[in-house]
Design a protein around this ligand. Structure first.
Ligand SMILES: Cc1cc2nc3c(=O)[nH]c(=O)nc-3n(C[C@H](O)[C@H](O)[C@H](O)COP(=O)(O)OP(=O)(O)OC[C@H]3O[C@@H](n4cnc5c(N)ncnc54)[C@H](O)[C@@H]3O)c2cc1C
Length: 289
């Protein structure tokens, strides 16, 4: 099906993007890679009269290492993250996720900014960014502000951005020396969204876990931290018993629903197993076997 008719803008500067969004409040939307938006328009689930492309805005695609962390431009495509040696070395959790996200065709076009702004709880990058404690720079009429990933996702398809704001950059802070992360995704075919997935990032001192972030994909209306499970890990040596307890807590506190991918019980069991696997992988990457 063809999408409903829309007016297309391709400005060359962010200020111009913001001006157009502000001129048509609630009627204009940004177009990034189009991998979520265009299917919505084509299936006529959405009708948007004004589309503002970011494709001509220079300087929004980069992966840069700074002193405190790595900065990623909003128009950086998933495959650039997947192929970045810096990301693989510094944030294996993000490398895991981008390598399993959709298929290579989607990854070559879909952007990190679009993946996060769309706030689909089945998208992989929200949970990853929450687990990594990332910060998002957004720009609007009143200048720039920063939103922590954990405060960004308000509900399904709803973020803390105002309609005329643009996500411009993601900053992922470095974690301590003895840290590691993993993303484990369970899906029924190679190219698709997950039945359930989990992002785990850990920091340790000696044998003890000092910091743990866990976030899930596809098993709740929005991605968020699983604090009750994190609390089971923090302050302890991560024995099999502690890991199993935390994994069971993630499964119990998630909110999966029965759908064609599986029953609620089935998804909880998947989640328990993949959380256990992700914690073990994160531990091993932190240098604890
Ligand atoms: C077959 C298929 C399989 C897929 N499988 C997966 C999967 O397994 N995992 C996964 O995570 N995703 C998956 N996706 C979704 C894909 O990752 C999308 O690319 C992503 O969700 C949106 O990125 P985009 O750049 O294409 O954004 P667009 O589709 O262009 O935009 C999405 C939304 O974000 C807004 N937006 C975009 N950029 C910005 C910005 N910088 N500031 C503010 N708002 C912005 C747009 O206005 C729109 O509302 C799949 C898509 C397809 C087609």
């Amino acid at each position: 099906m063809n999408p409903p008719i829309f007016e297309y803008f391709a400005p060359t500067g962010i200020d111009e993007v913001i001006d157009i969004l502000a001129k048509y409040p609630g009627e204009a939307k940004i177009l990034a890679g189009g991998q979520s938006l265009i299917p919505l328009l084509k299936s006529r689930i959405s009708s948007i009269p004004y589309l503002v492309s970011l494709s001509e805005v220079k300087g929004l695609s980069y992966v840069d290492e700074g002193k405190e962390g790595v900065r990623i431009g909003a128009m950086t495509v998933d495959s650039d993250l997947e192929n970045s040696e810096l990301i693989r070395k510094r944030f294996p959790l993000l490398h895991d996720a981008t390598g399993q996200l959709a298929d290579p065709l989607v990854r070559n076009v879909g952007t990190i900014g679009g993946n996060l702004s769309h706030a689909d709880p089945a998208n992989d990058l929200p949970a990853v960014m929450i687990a990594l404690d990332a910060r998002f720079a957004v720009r609007g009429r009143n200048g720039s502000r920063e939103i922590n990933a954990r405060d960004f996702f308000l509900d399904t398809f709803t973020t803390a951005m105002e309609p005329e704001e643009v996500l411009t950059e993601v900053t992922i802070p470095f974690w301590g020396k003895k840290s590691g992360g993993a993303y484990v995704k369970f899906k029924k075919n190679t190219w698709n969204f997950s039945v359930a997935a989990v992002a785990v990032q850990l920091e340790l001192e000696g044998n003890k876990c000092t910091r743990a972030h866990i976030a899930t994909t596809s098993v709740s209306p929005k991605s968020g931290r699983m604090e009750s499970a994190e609390n089971i890990l923090v302050g302890k040596a991560l024995t099999d018993e502690v890991i199993n307890k935390a994994a069971s807590e993630v499964a119990a506190s998630a909110q999966p629903t029965t759908d064609p991918y599986g029953t609620e019980e089935y998804k909880r069991e998947i989640l328990r197993r993949i959380t256990r696997e992700a914690i073990r992988k994160a531990l091993s990457r932190a240098g604890v076997n």
